[in-house]
Design a protein around this ligand. Sequence first.
Ligand code: GDP
Ligand code: MN
Ligand code: MN
Length: 253
Amino acid sequence: MNAAVFAVENIPLIKKGDDIARILIQRAQLSEHDIIAISSTVVSKSEGRVISLKNVNPTERAKLIALNNKTEPQFVQAVLDESVEILLESPFLLARMKNGSICVNAGIDHSNVEGSDNILLLPEDPDKSASDLKKSLFNYTGKNISVIITDTNGRAFRIGQTGAAIGCAGIKPTRDWRGTKDLFGRVLEVKNEGIVDEIAGFTNILMGEGNGGLPIVVIRGLDLYSESDGIKELYRPENEDVIRKAILKSRSV
Ligand code: GDP
Ligand code: MN
Ligand code: MN
């Protein structure tokens, strides 16, 4: 399998209400079954998910956590507001969000956001954002295009952040090898490859983390198009997540 990958040049600073599909098709010629990886930062900006820390009123709990973690109470409160479960309070906040994903600081970002008091929340429903962008691209081009919304995430056990998928449309989050054979005829029993994260990880290399201004990457030739229900199947069900259980258990002793 061969593929071509390129970052789309000359994307402007994104503002609330911007039509990202239109901005994209004006700058790149898309083909049937291309995959678009797009940074959550620009999706959030287009959805107006910027808030000023000045407008956040921290509770006593937020103040306490902030003191422990040497951070701002308003920032902690913003994380708490975006979360449905806090797995770790310290040394950093590890939170489960409404959409089911678990990440540090609920994915709230300071970087690449205008205004020193402003922070950027993740898109409220990244699968919906991906699906809306997919539909919009179809309306403009008549082509079926997969969309993966990415964010840079830290990882358990390993140093070094990588791109991770936080929402998708038009691609199944995993590629299931179970039941197929290896080189020697042994049937694979476990392998279910997390392809949207792999794509997010690679495209993040082209995006970078700084002032490159490259929030959209196009991948051509992978042939992974599929109607799908989004990213949810990637999130382990609570009762099967032994790491989550271990964290909660260690907190209660
Ligand atoms: P995240 O990983 O989704 O949190 O996003 P980053 O802050 O790491 O940014 C990813 C890429 O998008 C970098 O190349 C940034 O320079 C770029 N970027 C962020 N915001 C904008 C924007 O409004 N316009 C453009 N053109 N690029 C942006
Ligand atoms: Mn981010
Ligand atoms: Mn990033």
